[in-house]
Write a protein that binds this ligand. Structure first.
Ligand code: NAP
Ligand code: HSE
Length: 431
């Protein structure tokens, strides 16, 4: 039996600081779980002189990654530095040196997860990444352990805290997009370059990870169609509210008869939908399994201690595996070949906001176009725009295919009576 188990950290920022705090502050719980104390051996940083918000003995800090990844005293390498190139290089080096690895890095896992897992398995090492999706919510372990015997049909997630914070403040407090984005950056929810948050890339990475695990298929980042919230306007949110909907950036992963779609886009949910009540920076993932039915996981999607809790849950699992001598054995190749749905197979309801000429014949031209494509309206609203000869039309369609909807969208743009298609969103939930 080991006298202690030693970890090395790559990174001591928001998440790394939380990891150190938990190791130092929760030793009793960790020893109870693992059977021996957890010891911090080395911590890689970029700047050793930087002031830290956690106390770390100076001799533990290093600027040389090999002091961690090739250190013979270290059992588990915790990668919490971010980025892709160096993180991948150093994780591969750590695995080569037979170190188990825990990472919070969704960018890396979404792009190179399959390759890294293969190398880990070859070296009989564990590689876990619970913190890479939805911060403090144990969604990955719930999928691969709790729901392991079920066939997952659908996952819908609010998996980006920054965009949920922005949409909540815009709809409930009437704040402007730019002001709330700045607030999200100040509060530390946003990535250093918030483009990946607001354009849906961060959520797409997380959905690629969830879909790969939930559907046991190799879903790559480029398989996820992603659209962010930067073009959502106050008018769109106003009409959502008027029609009884809430707008959320939804990551959707759906499987029908072995064929899957994975997307991230601003989506209207009926106000009664459980995800509609998830506000501010909080995350939630709704999972529908054939046997279990509906489940929902809710919690903080980011932040130092919540994310560090997820990291430490992986560390504890690695340590238990080490003691049982089974590291690397839980890594499984995907069970199914990836089969993506085409636009003819993807079905949804849609919201559309149009500016049209306020004159006789306009309405019938628009309704005829929808009728020609066999698409009917669930809700319809027409309002004059004061002081102009333009009216605003808001449509919520019944279900149709993505292909047909895109065809209608193109043709509407070419109608003389349509001045502009101002916005268009997917609608989920409800009948
Ligand atoms: P962060 O605050 O920017 O911290 C990064 C740390 O890594 C810093 O300590 C930095 O050193 C160090 N570092 C970065 N590049 C380095 C290099 N080339 N050489 C040496 N040290 C380097 O990042 P974070 O927010 O903790 O995020 C870490 C990871 O967790 C990312 O993959 C992120 O996506 C993921 N994650 C974060 C959250 C969250 O809420 N923050 C939630 C879930 C997942 P210095 O301190 O010396 O600059
Ligand atoms: N920028 C991310 C978010 C951090 O807003 O959700 C957690 O991954």
């Amino acid at each position: 039996m080991e006298q202690k188990i030693s970890v090395g950290l790559l990174g001591l920022g928001t998440v790394g600081t939380g990891v150190i705090k938990i190791i130092k502050g929760h030793q009793e719980q960790l020893t109870h779980q693992v059977g021996c104390p957890v010891h911090i051996e080395k911590v890689l940083v970029r700047d050793m002189k930087k002031k830290r918000s956690v106390e770390v003995e100076e001799h533990l800090l290093t600027e040389n990654p090999f002091d961690v990844v090739a250190n013979p005293n270290i059992d588990v390498v915790i990668e919490v530095m971010g980025g892709v190139k160096e993180a991948k290089e150093w994780i591969l080096e750590a695995l080569k040196h037979k170190k188990n690895v825990v990472t919070a890095n969704k960018d890396l896992v979404a792009l190179h997860g399959a390759e890294l897992l293969q190398v880990a398995q070859k070296n009989e090492c564990d590689l876990f990444y619970e913190a890479s999706v939805a911060g403090g919510i144990p969604i990955i372990r719930s999928l691969v352990e709790g729901l392991s015997s079920d066939r997952i049909k659908k996952m819908m997630g609010i998996v980006n805290g920054t965009t949920n914070f922005i949409l909540t403040k815009m709809s409930k407090a009437g704040s402007s997009y730019e002001d709330v984005l700045q607030e999200a950056q100040r509060l530390g929810y946003a990535e250093s370059d918030p483009t990946s948050d607001v354009e849906g890339l961060d959520a797409a990475r997380k959905m690629a990870i969830l879909a790969s695990l939930g559907f046991s298929m190799n879903i790559h980042l480029e398989d996820v169609s992603a659209r962010g919230i930067s073009s959502v306007t106050e008018e769109d949110l106003h009409y959502c509210d008027q029609l009884g909907y809430t707008m959320k950036l939804i990551g959707l992963a759906q499987r029908d008869e072995g064929r899957v779609e994975v997307s991230v886009e601003p989506t209207l949910l009926p106000n009664e939908h459980p995800l509609a009540a998830v506000n501010d920076e909080y995350n939630a993932v709704y999972v529908y399994g054939e046997a279990v039915g509906e489940t929902m996981f809710y919690g903080p999607g980011a932040g130092s201690l919540p994310t560090a809790t997820a990291v430490m849950s992986d560390v504890v699992t690695v340590m238990k595996n080490m003691r049982l001598g089974v590291t690397g054995r839980s890594i499984k190749a995907p069970l199914y070949e990836k089969q993506l749905k085409t636009d003819v197979e993807i079905q949804s309801k849609y919201f559309m906001r149009l500016h049209v000429l306020d004159k006789a014949g306009t309405f019938s031209a628009i309704t005829s176009l929808f009728a020609d494509h066999d698409v009917s309206f669930e809700k319809l609203l027409q309002l004059p725009i004061e002081g102009t000869e333009v009216a605003e039309i808001i449509i919520i369609t019944h279900k149709t295919t993505k292909r047909i909807y895109e065809d209608i969208y193109q043709k509407l743009n070419n109608l003389d009576v349509v001045q502009s298609v101002e916005s268009s969103y997917r609608v989920e939930g409800g009948k």
